[in-house]
Ligand binder design. Structure first.
Ligand SMILES: Cc1ncc(COP(=O)(O)O)c(C=O)c1O
Length: 396
C-alpha cells in the first residue's frame, strides 16, 4: 500500500496492510529479514549505496526491510512522514530528546512522567549541560512561565502515568511554537487509535511499542514519528551512529501486533469503561480516574483531543498501602505487574513500584497516594475481570 493509498483507508485497514514489502516469493505474511548485512552486485554498487546515490540497504543497525515495514505501518497509522524504530520505548524517548538538545539548551516537561522518562529529563540531560524545568502539565500558565530564551523542546505524556490526567496537547503545542521550541509527546497511554498528537500540533510522537503495539507481553520496542525534516535533523544520525536499534525479529513481532491493535484496544477500552462503572459508587473507593467519564477532571480536554477512553483505570482504595496490598494479593485473575497494554489484565501499585524513586512529597504532588492502584485491562471476558476486582475489594 503506497502512502497515498494508505490515506484512503481507515486505520483498521492500514494496520493490516500498510507498509508491506513483498519479496519475490509473494508471501502473504510479512517476511522476517533476519540479516545483519546486505551484499552488493558490484563494487560500484557498494560505493554508490554508501554515497547515497543508489537506494538499498547497507547494514541492519540503521536499515532493514522488516524494520522498514514496521516504521511504514506506524507512519500510515499516525499520519507521520517518517519514523525510526528503536530497541525500547526508552531508547525512543532518549533519542528524540537528546537528538534535539545541546549543552546550554533548556527543556520543559510535565512532572507527571513515567519514572524513567523523568530520570532522563531531571537527572540525565543536566549531566550534559541541558537545564530542565518540570511543570504541572495541566496548568498552561506553568508551561508559559517556564519558557527561557534557550528553551528548545517541550515533553509530555497524556494521559499521564499513573493518574491518567489529560494535558491539552494543542494548547501546549501553541506555547512551544511561540517560544521557538518543539513539542514531543509520549503517546503510550492513549495508543495511536485514540489520539494523534501530530494532528494536534506536536512535532514528534514517541511510543513504547512494548505496550499495546505488541500487546502480548513478548518483546520490547519503541518508535519515533515526525516530519521527514525532524527525523533527518534530529534523529537519523544519532540512531545510525550510536545504535539503539531494534532487532528485526522484534520489529516483525510488533508489525504483526499492529494487525490486531484496533481490535485489542477497542476491547480493552470497553472493559476499562465497564470496570469504571462498577467501581464508581463502590464504598471502598475514594477516587476513580477514567478519561472516558464526565467526572474526569479534564473531561472537556479528553473529549476534544481523544477519540476513545483509555485501556487503563486508576483508583484509590480507602485504607492506604495496607488495603491496596490486600486488594492486589486477593486478585485471582488480574496479575500483579508493572507492565500495561497486555492481553492479560495487570494491576500496579505505583507508590511502591514504578514511582518508588520519587520522594513522598513528590508523589503527593502528583496525586500518587499509598492507596492508588493502576489497572491495565486485558482481553479476558469483561464480567470475569469485574467479578475478580469486586471479590478482591471485598477482601481489601
Ligand atoms: C509512558 C511510558 N513511556 C515510556 C516507557 C518506556 O518503554 P520501554 O519499557 O519500552 O522502554 C513506558 C513503559 O515502560 C511508559 O509507560
Amino acid at each position: 500500500m503506497s502512502a497515498s493509498a494508505a490515506k484512503r483507508y481507515r486505520p483498521e485497514t492500514r494496520l493490516v496492510h500498510a507498509g508491506t514489502l513483498r519479496s519475490q516469493f509473494g508471501e502473504t505474511c510479512e517476511a522476517l529479514f533476519l540479516t545483519q548485512g546486505y551484499v552488493y552486485e558490484t563494487a560500484l554498487s557498494a560505493e554508490k549505496r554508501f554515497k547515497g546515490e543508489e537506494p538499498g540497504y547497507q547494514y541492519s543497525r540503521f536499515s532493514n526491510p522488516t524494520v522498514t515495514m514496521f516504521e511504514a505501518r506506524m507512519c500510515a497509522l499516525e499520519g507521520a512522514q517518517a519514523a525510526r524504530a528503536t530497541a525500547t520505548g526508552m531508547a525512543a524517548v532518549t533519542t528524540a530528546l537528546m537528538g534535539q538538545l545541546r549543552a546550554g539548551d533548556h527543556i520543559v516537561a510535565a512532572e507527571a512522567l513515567f519514572g524513567s522518562c523523568r530520570y532522563v529529563v531531571e537527572d540525565h540531560l543536566p549531566r550534559y549541560g541541558v537545564a530542565s524545568t518540570l511543570v504541572e502539565g495541566t496548568d498552561l500558565a506553568q508551561w508559559q512561565n517556564a519558557v527561557r530564551p534557550n528553551t528548545k523542546t517541550f515533553f509530555l505524556e497524556s494521559p499521564t502515568n499513573p493518574t491518567l490526567e489529560v494535558i491539552d496537547i494543542a494548547e501546549v503545542a501553541k506555547i512551544a511554537h511561540a517560544a521557538g521550541a518543539t513539542l514531543v509527546v509520549d503517546n503510550v497511554f492513549s495508543t495511536p487509535l485514540w489520539q494523534r498528537p501530530l494532528e494536534l500540533g506536536a512535532d514528534c510522537v514517541v511510543y513504547s511499542a512494548t505496550k499495546h503495539i505488541d500487546g502480548q507481553g513478548r518483546c520490547l520496542g519503541g518508535v519515533i514519528l515526525a516530519s521527514e525534516d525532524f527525523i533527518q535533523n534530529h534523529v537519523h544520525t544519532l540512531l545510525r551512529q550510536t545504535g539503539p536499534s531494534i532487532s528485526p525479529f522484534n520489529a516483525w513481532v510488533l508489525l504483526k501486533g499492529l494487525e490486531t491493535l484496533a481490535v485489542r484496544v477497542q476491547r480493552q477500552t470497553d472493559t476499562a469503561a465497564t470496570v469504571a462503572v462498577a467501581l464508581a459508587e463502590h464504598p471502598k473507593i475514594s477516587r476513580l480516574i477514567y478519561p472516558g467519564r464526565t467526572d474526569h477532571p479534564q473531561a472537556a480536554v479528553a473529549q476534544r483531543q481523544m477519540r476513545g477512553g483509555s485501556t487503563l483505570v486508576a483508583f484509590e482504595i480507602k485504607g492506604g498501602k495496607a488495603a491496596a496490598f490486600r486488594f492486589q494479593d486477593a486478585l485471582k485473575l488480574v496479575r500483579i505487574s508493572n507492565n500495561l497494554g497486555d492481553a492479560k489484565s495487570l494491576i500496579t501499585h505505583p507508590a511502591t513500584t514504578t514511582h518508588q524513586r520519587l520522594t513522598p512529597a513528590q508523589r503527593a504532588e502528583l496525586g500518587i497516594s499509598d492507596g492508588l492502584v493502576r489497572l491495565s485491562l486485558g482481553l479476558e471476558h469483561p464480567d470475569d475481570v469485574v467479578e475478580d476486582v469486586m471479590a478482591a475489594l471485598a477482601a481489601a
